[in-house]
Design a binder for this molecule. Structure first.
Ligand SMILES: [Zn+2]
Length: 279
């Protein structure tokens, strides 16, 4: 019975690591001899746990930071967006978006993002462009949970720009570490797709985040957000940008055919934009 329970536990660990990082489950299996040795040699429960976590993390970081970029380039042609070392383009949360391998894209996508980030920094000194989920390193068609369209290295979610409501002071990033769920909702009189769609699941992240973040303290920085979307639209290889209709109209983008509504079945896009490059 204990063997079955233990096997199920390890199976769950491998499945979760694979779901969130693509490579973590495989690295866990490769680490098995090391973890097994720790199991045998360390009798104290918490010490054993600490040594296993440390050993796994060290191997995970070495493989993902050093070995993965050249392997991904060979298999899928994807490269990682910079985690450190670019002053203008950064992950909104380095652990979740980069250490978990959510930051792989095709080289032309990376070049586009870096150009837009540099243009934003030039127009709005001190502004950084923050990327969210992009793609896993390997295999075209393999989706990045829970975004089923982030699968070929040509999609990147980008944080909107925010400011303090009371002072209009620009914020560095969104007022929540993962950025998802901090939504700029429709003003009275603007089109409200939540009403029109009648799909409560598309706003699930927003409802959850609102319990943690006091959104009355923050509002969309419309000037910087509109400028950022326009810079992406100037990129010839960008095919589509997903944005909620009330923001499309409020930001003066009504005539932009590449700026689209994602449909009622997908999550809302007034907390980030979803940029798609041409295949
Ligand atoms: Zn997306």
């Amino acid at each position: 019975m204990q063997i079955i329970w233990r096997s199920l536990k390890y199976l769950l660990i491998v499945a979760l690591l694979t779901l969130f990082t693509q490579t973590g489950g495989l690295i866990f299996l490769a680490c098995w001899p090391i973890l097994n040795t720790i199991n045998k040699k360390v009798s104290h429960k918490w010490k054993r746990f600490f040594f296993k976590i440390t050993a796994y993390s060290a191997v995970y970081l070495m493989v993902n930071l050093l070995l993965l970029p050249p392997l991904a380039k060979m298999e899928s042609g994807r490269v990682p967006l910079r985690i450190w070392g670019n002053d203008f383009l950064k992950p909104h949360q380095a652990f979740y978006f980069s250490i978990l391998n959510h930051h792989y894209v095709r080289p032309e996508v990376k070049a586009s993002c870096e150009r837009v980030a540099a243009q934003m920094a030039e127009k709005f000194p001190g502004s950084k462009l923050y990327y969210l989920d992009a793609n896993f390193p390997f295999f075209d068609g393999y989706p990045l949970h829970p975004h089923f369209s982030h699968r070929n290295g040509i999609t990147v979610d980008v944080a909107l720009y925010w400011q303090e409501t009371a002072t209009a002071k620009p914020l560095d990033g969104a007022p929540f570490p993962l950025a998802y769920g901090v939504s700029e909702e429709p003003h009275p009189g603007e089109v409200d797709m939540e009403d029109k769609c009648g799909n409560p699941f598309r706003s699930i992240e927003m409802r959850w985040t609102k319990k943690i973040v006091d959104m009355d303290k923050y509002q969309l920085d419309e000037e910087r957000t509109a400028a950022m979307i326009k810079y992406f639209l100037k990129e010839k290889s960008v095919c589509k940008i997903l944005l909620e209709p009330h923001l499309k109209s409020r930001l003066g983008l009504s005539k932009e055919n590449k700026v689209r509504f994602q449909g009622c079945k997908a999550a809302r896009h007034d907390d980030h934009i979803h940029v798609i490059w041409c295949n």
